[in-house]
Design a protein around this ligand. Structure first.
Ligand code: PEP
Ligand code: MG
Length: 608
């Protein structure tokens, strides 16, 4: 079913991003620059209009102080610092004088402010210095906030919601400044127009344990705000103004889902071994250090991917070595002696650090991940020093994102040696022999995996990006979601190639993309020879159930049949037939698949 399809009963269909059912009021957040009419004012009105501008700026600053205080409480002072930058912008004399100049030329305050901010945003976006370009996001936030005050529009900050609101935040997309305001005492679920299952809003929602539906395309205009809705994160849909019967049915389902989750949780202590005795290593993906404890209790044997960029997203300043060290140690200590694979900063694409990112025509093909870290060597070495020190507390392994050539690995290793020498010079303790591995998430890395083997300690396949780059399908584009097909033969072949190269060279190969979390795909991966999976903490018990319920030999046959087909749909059919033979048509097998509740055909996941 296409994501913009709104059935006759008024349901809004998007994509499942994070499971769970919430029944609550909509908190609509239209964080868009409003349209401003041109208003000419008389000469006598100029002083009053300038006062109005200053009052609006003061109101916006007071508001920012309140938002900051609330964000500090539940996200921490570092995260809340983003709002200081915005207060500083509002205190900028040059900016205020430019607006006053236009008002003196008889332009109404809101239009004057609008014109100046449009010009500033354009100039910042084109600036040669990345640090300046990074401020565009803050300028946009300030632009919206002050205009909202001047035009008397409602201020939508979620900070206004009383505790226990159980609200469903409906917005176009999650911006960094919104993310740090997410207070779980008030927001119970998220719904966005933009995004897909593998976009970072979805990943973050799953980390936070917030049910979420993404890719709704137009929900911010279809919903009025404040009305009651049912959000079903497993099915990817929203039911506005539900009937009593619907509320009763969904409350029942919510209770059943809670019971299923509790039952699955009982598997936490069980060994992930297939029916024919193949041991699979199941680790957790950790996006926020706070999740580590939960992930450890889910039965994960360590961390297969810590996404460190979430320490940075939405921040006004980069975390220093000490702060990073504390964050990494927190994760290491949660898992005793198990391996902790920490990925170096993967910023760019849709993970935006420090108030924005250089404006690029193609951010996913741009200055992101290892490319940015190698160019910003001081930033990178700060992270490497923190990792070397954190490794004193456990089995830390370093992983480089988006690698396309061994040159990047060698350059990173040189910087790792420099980082170690810097710690030596300071007389600080650290561990010397950290394994250095790479993400295989580009066709370049997969096809030429053999060129990397001498320089790396392990491979971890990032299927979210591997699918995106192999199929040329933007992972975050809701319009293309049905074309994002991990079971495309090209993707399956690249995974198999990587596993073969790893096996031939004695390198561990894991999969840490979303594919590993979905039952049908996890089955395919086991069949392709993958023996290590890293999945969201909440998916660990589910994937464990799959592992314990299948035979690796049957998975191998299924994968063999799947990889020999011509299309993703045919591959899915081959896998499904064999997986259903093992489990029957159990609903949990369909986790993340659009038809879970709707009764669409199961074929839906493979797209055209
Ligand atoms: C991936 O690309 O599959 C991956 C695990 O990394 P991320 O989702 O953070 O890009
Ligand atoms: Mg990736």
């Amino acid at each position: 079913m296409s994501p913009d399809h709104s059935p006759a009963d008024g349901r809004l269909i998007g994509m499942p991003a994070s499971p769970g059912i919430v029944i609550g009021p909509v908190h609509l957040l239209l964080w868009e620059v409003p349209d401003v009419a041109h208003r000419i004012i008389a000469d006598e009105a100029v002083p009053a209009e300038i006062s109005r501008l200053h009052e609006a700026i003061n109101t916006a600053k007071e508001r920012l102080a309140l938002v900051k205080a609330r964000a500090e409480k539940h996200a921490g002072p570092e995260e809340a610092a983003i709002f200081e930058v915005q207060v500083a912008i509002l205190s900028d004399i040059e900016l205020i004088e430019s607006v006053e100049t236009l008002i003196r030329r008889n332009i109404g305050a809101e239009k004057a402010f609008d014109l100046v901010l449009i010009e500033w945003r354009q100039n910042f976006a084109r600036h040669t210095q990345p640090m300046i370009r990074e401020r565009v996001g803050d300028l946009t936030d300030v632009h919206i906030r002050v205009l909202s005050v001047l035009l008397g529009l409602p201020d939508h900050d979620p900070v206004d919601l009383p505790k226990g609101s159980n609200a469903i935040l409906v917005t176009h997309d999650l911006t960094p400044s919104l993310t740090v305001q997410l207070d779980r005492d008030t927001i119970a679920a998220i719904a966005t127009d933009a995004g897909t299952r593998t976009s970072h809003v979805a990943i973050l929602a799953r980390s936070l344990g917030l049910p979420a539906v993404v890719g709704l395309r137009n929900a911010t205009h279809q919903l009025k705000g404040d009305e009651q809705v049912i959000l079903d994160g497993s099915a990817g849909l929203i039911i506005p103004d539900p009937t009593d019967a619907q509320i009763a049915a969904y409350s029942d389902r919510a209770a059943r889902e809670a019971a299923d989750t509790a039952e699955l949780q009982s598997l936490a202590g069980a060994e992930p071994v297939t029916l024919d005795g193949i041991r699979i290593i199941l680790r957790a993906n950790v996006d926020l250090p706070e999740e580590a404890e939960y992930a450890a209790h889910s039965g994960a044997e360590g961390v297969g991917l810590m996404r460190t960029e979430f320490l940075v997203v939405g921040r006004a300043t980069m975390p220093d070595e000490e702060e990073q060290y504390r964050a990494y140690v927190k994760v290491v200590k949660a898992f005793d002696d198990h391996p902790i694979v920490i990925r170096t900063f993967d910023m760019g694409g849709d993970k935006l650090p420090v108030g924005g990112y250089p404006t690029e025509a193609n951010p996913f093909l741009g200055w992101r991940a290892i490319r940015m870290c190698l160019d910003e060597s001081e930033l990178f070495k700060t992270q490497l020093r923190a990792l070397l020190r954190a490794a004193m507390h456990g089995d830390v392994r370093i992983m480089l994102p988006l690698v396309i050539t061994v040159d990047e690995v060698r350059q990173a290793r040189r910087l790792l040696e420099e980082a170690a020498a810097e710690l030596d010079a300071r007389g600080v303790d650290y561990r010397h022999d950290l394994p250095l591995g790479v993400m295989v998430e580009t066709p370049a890395a997969a096809v030429a995996a053999d060129t990397l083997v001498k320089d790396v300690a392990f491979f971890s396949i990032g299927t979210n990006d591997l699918v995106q780059y192999t199929l040329a399908v933007d992972r975050g584009n809701a319009n293309l979601a049905s074309r994002f097909t991990p079971l495309h033969p090209a993707v399956l072949r690249l995974i198999r190639r990587t596993v073969e190269v790893g096996d031939q060279n004695g390198l561990e190969v894991s999969v840490c993309g979303e594919m590993a979390s979905q039952p049908l795909m996890a089955f395919a991966l086991i069949g392709l020879g993958v023996r290590q999976l890293s999945v969201a903490g909440r998916s660990v018990p589910l994937v464990k159930r799959i592992v314990r319920g299948v035979s690796a030999e049957i998975a191998r046959e299924a994968a063999e049949a799947a990889i020999s087909t011509q299309t993703a749909r045919e591959a899915e059919h081959e896998l499904r037939t064999r997986l259903f033979a093992a489990f029957g048509d159990a609903p949990f097998l369909r986790d993340g698949l659009p038809e879970f509740v709707d009764g669409n055909t199961f074929e839906g996941i493979s797209g055209p």
